[in-house]
Design a protein around this ligand. Sequence first.
Ligand SMILES: [Zn+2]
Length: 445
Amino acid sequence: MLTRHTRHTLAVLVAALTGALLLSTPAVAALMNPTSPVTAPAVVEALSPYLGQVSCDPGAKPGAIALRDILLKTYGGRDLGISRECSRGGRSEHKEGRAYDWGLDAAVPAEKAMADQFLEWLLAPGDDGAPAYNARRLGVMYVVWNRRSWSAYKAAAGWQPYAGPSPHTDHVHLSLSWNGGMKQTSFWTGQAAAVDYGPCRRYVGLPAEAYTKPRTDPSCPAPIALLNLTETPVLAQSANGPYVAQLQHWLGITVDGSFGPMTARALSTFQAANGLPVTARTDEPTWTALRAPRTAATQPTASTQPTASPKAAVTPKPTATPKPTASPKPTAAAKATTTAASPKPTATPKAAAPKPTTKAAPWASGVGSTVLSRFAGLTLRKGATGPAVVALQRALKITPDGAFGPKTAAAVLAFNVARKLPAEPVVRPATWASLARTALPPTSR
Ligand SMILES: [Zn+2]
């Protein structure tokens, strides 16, 4: 009777003699594991922190490609891919090209054995006594396989049950750190790399820009709120960036910062609905209309007087109006919509000023405020430009050149101080509210 060992030796002999590489029994596969092309440094990387997907940059990164190649070459299995489109599913390092799906079937013993063997190799302690030596050297951030997951950043917890939508019984998912993704870890370079934290998100609600270089400082500058952007760039199809994202936000469509056919369609619809020339481009009147407060559009009374109203949304050139002239109509409309909340629109502004019962009330209480209310949600400071600044300057009775420079800053600071608002040259919602109250029509002064 042949011992297992003898049979195995025979099998290897046969393979060698015939020159066939057809033997893929687990016993033979178990002899092999990936080999680093370089000598390991004395001290290798620590376990990776969690560095989740922040950008949309699915092109396969060199470290993911190298890992794919070494797995397929060493063990076999199927290539289920590195890259994934950003529009699909939730957060995933596949969308940054630094995750790999290695196709193996957990129901096929030989394939399950491959995965298990690789993972044992990956997570075995090193000569340094610390766990997951090869995961550290490859920059493996987490693994999902056969209803379980292991995470470098929760290594002490070991394997955990995985309850995600896919049980991962047909592939091993491997997410790499940025160093791992960029092939900068000691497995490939022979030198231990400092943690690379990857790209920073610059705008709230938008993907970070694509990876360009390592970042070793873990902190990012605070991202900018998209709605604080006040310029009025002309955007058309194929434009990208934060203003496109703001446009998409106002259009109520998916915000991805990329101006495609869907954005063009939504913009055309919006322009048509607001009496603007349908250009599918963002001219200044379109921006003004887009940034008009949503509440005004949803208040039925606001739409009952479409004729003479200087409603921002339909005025092709709001800046052409030398002064939000004292048409009594908006006042009437405003009264109608806010009788409950408004203290007394006919009272002198001074008297009315002390404390509005709600934030909404003052917006609706005058011609000037109708104009100003469009910008109620914006924060303006030095450097801002555009129609919001024009409206601000008109309200402050300074030259309306649309550029928030030192003179505007001084006027804003003086206004804020006079109104007992925070003494800063910045226009925040409280400043807008106070400006709106001062902008009551002359008749009510
Ligand atoms: Zn995957």
